[in-house]
Design a protein around this ligand. Structure first.
Ligand code: ZN
Ligand code: ZN
Length: 779
């Protein structure tokens, strides 16, 4: 029997279908689907591993389990072990059962480093029960789940590449050692225990560094005022038009005013110049340019873009989405692909491409492993769901655009002199859309200007006007820009970058979109820069990435690279210990800052302040006994009856993401306002004011009551209708069981779903000193 092991269940099914000519059937073994068929060559079975079946881990033993600073050097040098990954025991059993019966093994996992390592793991799992398989083992490499690619790969089998698998294995080991050593070291140093541990990663921390550096630039920005001068001129056509003074920015207001008052009718057209611009068609997509484009053109984050692309690949609609290549290999059936695509109405505009020889653009990067991302199947985008349709369409349009002609636009500038002051107007019109006819994202709308000729006299329409502006700080880095910078600096790989950014969100080092560092995130980078510079910048990690490339090229061994990396961890850890005290202070200050929501108005009204005169703050506190979070005032002390006892219940951070919105509610001005979102669920966050008497909260309660009433009415109506329905259904299909409604969901979450906010009890803003103070005695 021939056993074929793929990476995903989906690809197992597709490959079985293609190789069997549609005759394969699905069987289950230990709940794992296996696709089987028989033909003249014998029996065949295809099974997917569902990713890594085994993982690397520290050995058992309390010296590796315990979080202690003294144990970290030992942890770094621990001999790593391989063990079954969580939830993979059945897959391993299923594969071993088939491997025992097999006399021939083919590894058909995805074709990249990670796929090679998964293939090696599958081989090792199989050899454990059947060592005779080793000499028979072959590797099928393909870049798309299409008939041509799969048949080509299986008639042209290759060998498993150990260097490629070892490069991926080295990354696993190195990331495990770095992550464990520094997550423990930094958490212990900053005394951040339990669920609040501070995650540190070899790639993650320098990536956070990029975001923080930009934030520091923004904060250092000095706003400088400037003025812009505009004037409107009438035109014989009846339409007047706006012009801008030739001085882009006036830094001196008096100067701008002088120019303004000097401007006088008539304006005389001094020159009209036109220039044709050519914009070249774009190059084929690799992972990086695809992620950047999906983000900027479609507003889809790099992580989601990769998820959709993976789905499209698994369905056989596009080629493998993890590729560095930007040059189509000669083997690609370009003409056939285009012919199929232009039969789809949405892409018919590209049909003329086939009238001339095809000359695609070429990017700089070449990689023999995979072609650039291109569509392998023509279909109507509308056949796909929402964002997946848009991603597919983007990939098709980009593919077609790479064969297109340049886009040609004409830009015109006219200069008009009025009272010795020169104003200009600019227009841009599209002459030939070229590739942008199909790659519509690249088209900008025309900005037409009225017909003007030299010497023409024009009257001013009204008085010229000044607009005061100020210089702006550099924008925050979008996720697309961040992925691009990570690529340029050698941080992470095309496969890991979106996940690393995601992790920064889940560890609360950044929030919002584009990512904005939290105080904790800022403090981490600040502390690293000062005391462990290697962790804050990309250099060290980029060097390691380079070494991993050399493993893939057989120039270095996995062992030597992992050992070098261990040495680096030891010295970096020693650096950290030298700055331990200062480092923890900086991080503590950051974490503390993130807990503050806003000033306590009650204290302010009572004239209570901190010792240094700064206002008392409402902040998030975790109760030591119950572990529950609530909001309390920094002006509270246990044994002072005069101290502030303002407290408010809040949505528990374990279930809800709570993000500060306003330090002081702009509606009621009594308490801070936050935005709350259920963890791990899509949907819009709701705004929560801690003051229950706030008009926004009263309105929310009213709406909730209305919704509940409507739900109740609907439920009653459904029940009435359902009774009759059920009765008829039960008669028609006595064996059919109706799925039980999803009742089991935890109560808090279910409640929040229907109410648009968790039930938090009452939040009343007390009067100043309400506990024992004058407010209470008056009662
Ligand atoms: Zn207070
Ligand atoms: Zn309010």
């Amino acid at each position: 029997m021939r056993l074929i092991i793929t990476e995903k269940n989906n690809s197992a099914e597709k490959i079985a279908d293609i190789l069997s000519g549609g005759s394969s059937t699905e069987n289950k073994s230990f709940t794992v689907p296996i696709f089987k068929w028989s033909d003249g060559e014998g029996d065949h079975a295809v099974v997917g591993t569902g990713g890594h079946m085994v993982e690397r881990a520290f050995p058992e033993g309390k010296e590796y389990k315990q979080w202690k600073l003294d144990l970290i050097h030992g942890l770094v040098d621990a001999p790593l072990i391989t063990r079954a990954s969580d939830g993979k025991k059945n897959t391993i059993k299923a594969i071993q059962k088939e491997a025992k019966a097999a006399d021939n093994l083919i590894i058909a996992t995805d074709f990249d480093r990670e796929g090679e390592l998964i293939g090696l793991e599958a081989l090792e799992v199989s050899l454990e029960v059947n060592p005779d398989l080793e000499p028979t083992m072959k590797r099928a490499r393909y870049s798309a789940l299409t008939k041509e690619e799969i048949e080509g790969a299986f008639s042209n089998l290759d060998e498993l590449s150990y260097p490629l698998a070892n490069a991926a294995g080295a990354r696993q080991d190195i990331d495990l050692i770095w992550g464990a050593a520094f997550t423990r070291a930094v958490s212990l140093t900053a005394k951040a225990y339990g669920a609040n541990f501070l995650s540190v990663g070899r790639v993650q921390s320098p990536t956070l560094g990029l975001i923080v550096e930009r934030e520091l630039e923004r904060r250092a920005h000095v706003y400088k005022p400037y003025w812009e001068l505009f004037a409107k001129f009438g035109h014989p056509s009846g339409a007047s038009f706006e012009t801008h003074h030739e001085t882009d920015k006036f830094w001196d207001k008096a100067e701008a005013e002088t120019a303004q008052s000097a401007t006088a009718s008539p304006g005389i057209v001094k020159s009209v110049t036109s220039r044709k611009n050519q914009s070249k068609p774009p190059t084929p997509y690799n992972t990086n340019s695809f992620q950047v484009d999906a983000s900027s053109r479609l507003g889809i984050t790099p992580k989601m873009a990769m998820n959709y692309a993976q789905d499209l690949y698994d369905d056989g609609f596009i080629s493998y989405p993890r590729t560095d290549n930007t040059q189509y290999p000669d083997s690609l059936p370009l003409e056939k692909t285009i012919s199929a695509l232009v039969k789809i109405k949405d892409f018919a505009a590209a049909a003329p491409l086939l009238d001339a020889p095809l000359t695609p653009t070429r990017g700089k990067k070449f990689d023999a492993a995979h072609p650039p991302i291109y569509p392998t199947h023509a279909l109507y985008p509308s056949a796909l769901d929402g964002p997946k349709a848009r991603v597919y369409e983007l990939i098709v349009r980009r593919f077609l655009a790479t064969f297109g002609s340049p886009m040609i636009t004409e830009s015109t500038r006219a200069d008009i002199e009025a009272g010795g002051q020169t104003y200009f107007v600019r227009g841009k019109v599209l002459l030939d859309p070229g590739y942008a006819g199909i790659y519509t994202y690249a088209r900008s709308s025309d900005e037409e200007i009225p017909a003007l000729e030299e010497g023409q006299k024009l009257e001013l329409d009204g008085k010229p006007w000044l607009v005061d502006k100020e210089t702006q700080p550099p924008a925050r880095l979008s996720e697309a820009k961040l992925v691009q910078m990570m690529d340029e600096q050698g941080l992470g790989t095309k496969a890991t970058r979106p996940d690393i950014i995601q992790k920064l969100y889940s560890r609360k080092y950044v929030r919002n979109h584009p990512p904005e560092p939290t105080a904790t995130g800022m403090a981490m980078v600040e502390a690293f820069k000062e005391y462990v510079p290697g962790m804050a910048t990309s250099e060290m990690t980029a060097t390691l990435e380079g070494e991993m490339d050399q493993i893939a090229e057989s120039k270095l061994t996995k062992e030597s690279v992992v050992d070098d990396s261990r040495k680096l961890v030891h010295t970096t850890f020693d650096d950290l210990r030298k700055g331990e005290e200062e480092l923890s202070k900086i991080i503590w200050a950051g974490m503390d800052k993130d807990r503050i929501l806003g000033p306590c108005i009650v204290c302010k009204e009572a004239g209570r302040t901190r010792e240094d005169g700064s206002p008392n703050q409402l902040r998030i506190i975790r109760a030591k006994k119950s572990g529950k979070s609530f909001v309390g005032c920094s002006g509270w002390t246990a044994d002072d009856p005069e101290a502030c006892d303002q407290t408010f219940p809040m949505p528990q951070p374990n279930f809800y993401e709570v993000t500060p919105l306003e330090e002081n509610c702009s509606i009621c001005h009594r308490t801070p306002r936050v935005s709350v979102k259920t963890r791990g669920r899509a949907g819009r966050p709701w705004k929560l004011c801690f003051n229950d008497d706030c008009p926004t909260m009263i309105e929310m309660r009213e709406k909730k009551a209305e919704r509940l009433a409507a739900q109740e009415a609907k439920k009653k109506a459904d029940e009435a209708a359902g009774k009759t329905k059920k009765a008829t259904k039960a008669k028609a299909k006595p064996g059919a069981k109706k799925k039980a409604p999803a009742k089991k969901r935890s109560k808090t979450v279910a409640a929040s779903k229907s109410s648009g906010g968790p039930d938090l009890g009452t939040r009343r803003v007390k009067k100043a000193g309400s506990r024992n103070g004058p407010g209470a005695t008056k009662k």
